[in-house]
Design a protein around this ligand. Structure first.
Ligand code: NAD
Length: 348
């Protein structure tokens, strides 16, 4: 029996990636939808074989508690709505898979974790990169010191944002600009690869004057994370420049490059090292697994086996704490120290 999911919010990500990904899932199926647009919902329900009686509005969402077919609620709404829908979903007794960024403040993240603990349900944040095989291979090489100690990371995630991305340009709905939306990949992947928590950040932000997209939120953010092992991660993210989604891990005897690293498909990895003094380049093959299917299946297995998800609420909370420190550093023009955060689990 597959684990039943209710998907909340029928925007680009749900319709373009998440609902199609269930076709490649081994352990889960979509059984309910929640939307503010009944026509769009009826169409999607028909396409994915979801019963009309399992279609809910944002108002009667809480009625999911009476639906035993639904075990997990996947929240795919604008960032500021994650908090409310997680708490209501937990009160309905359902496990929660919540899109990134977890919320728009540390306080909200803490309340979401507390609500899920109180209701005795699981909370997972949808960090798909941590379930994607090529990124996991890079993580394993880093942690096994395949090329000696890692010294430096550099990460880039940019896109030239369309002018119609309404909620993403509103501070109240998005929580910020490039940082919480795409810069978060640089932050979360640095922590994931290294398996340690940064102890200091230093950042700049910038927005082009007069650009209507960036009246409320930052266009660009550059931040440096300093880790206890001495590794420095240099991260760049922006909403006003052409797509670039890559990173490089610089270790003592080799470099691991991912380009693209953060896209939905077609990821590529290249390793440059010189085992016999002669430089070699290797490209591990990409199994090109559907990342959303892997992530959805991980949550389904955690529910079945009563296990803690690999990317629990605490993971989203830790990123939110660091993002707040990044904004503080940019505002004050000086480095900000961080206190110890969650430790990473070793494997799933
Ligand atoms: P979107 O704008 O395409 O969809 C948002 C949905 O929320 C729409 O169906 C919209 O109708 C609904 N909505 C409800 N109340 C709203 C309101 N007050 N204002 C605006 N929309 C409202 O957004 P999206 O790209 O699908 O993003 C949804 C979430 O998924 C965000 O948290 C985003 O960060 C996350 N996301 C994650 C990834 C990933 O790779 N993991 C990729 C894209 C988006």
């Amino acid at each position: 029996q597959r684990v039943g999911y209710a998907i909340v919010g029928l925007g680009h990500l749900t319709l373009g990636e998440i609902l199609p990904a269930f076709g490649q899932s081994k352990h889960a199926k979509p059984v309910a939808l929640v939307s503010g647009d009944p026509d769009k919902m009826a169409k999607a329900a028909k396409q994915y074989g979801i019963k009309p009686s399992n279609c809910y509005s944002y108002q009667n969402y809480d009625k999911l508690k009476d639906n035993p077919e639904v075990q997990v609620i996947y929240i795919v709404l604008p960032n500021s709505m994650h908090h409310e829908f997680t708490i209501r979903g937990a009160k309905a007794g359902k496990h929660i898979l919540c899109e990134k960024p977890m919320a728009t403040s540390v306080k909200e993240c803490e309340e979401m974790i507390a609500a899920c603990q109180k209701a005795n349900v699981k909370l997972m944040i949808a960090y798909r990169i941590q379930y994607e095989p090529l990124n996991r291979l890079a993580m394993k090489s880093v942690r096994d010191k395949q090329y000696g100690k890692v010294k430096l990371l550099n990460m880039v995630n940019t896109q030239n944002q369309a002018h119609d991305q309404q909620w993403r340009h509103k501070k109240a709905l998005a929580g910020g600009g490039a940082l919480p939306d795409i810069g978060l990949y640089c932050l979360n992947t640095s922590r994931f690869l290294l398996g340690e928590e940064p102890e200091e950040v230093f950042a700049y932000t910038y927005s082009t004057p007069g650009d209507d997209r960036f009246k409320e939120i930052e266009e660009n953010v550059s931040f440096t994370l300093r880790f206890p092992s001495g590794v420095i991660s240099q991260c760049l993210s922006g909403y006003g420049s052409f797509n670039a989604k890559s990173y490089a891990v610089h270790a003592e005897t080799g470099t691991i490059k991912m380009d693209p690293a953060f896209s939905y498909k077609g990821l590529k990895q290249e390793r440059v090292h010189a085992p016999d003094g002669k430089q070699q380049t290797e490209q591990p093959s990409n199994p090109d697994k559907q990342q959303f299917a892997l992530e959805i299946d991980h949550m389904a297995e955690c529910v079945r086996q009563n296990k803690q998800p690999y990317t629990p609420g605490e993971e989203g909370l830790q990123d939110q704490r660091i993002m707040e420190a990044i904004y503080k550093s940019a505002k004050e023009g000086k480095p900000v120290k961080l206190t110890a955060g969650v430790g990473k689990l070793d494997a799933f």
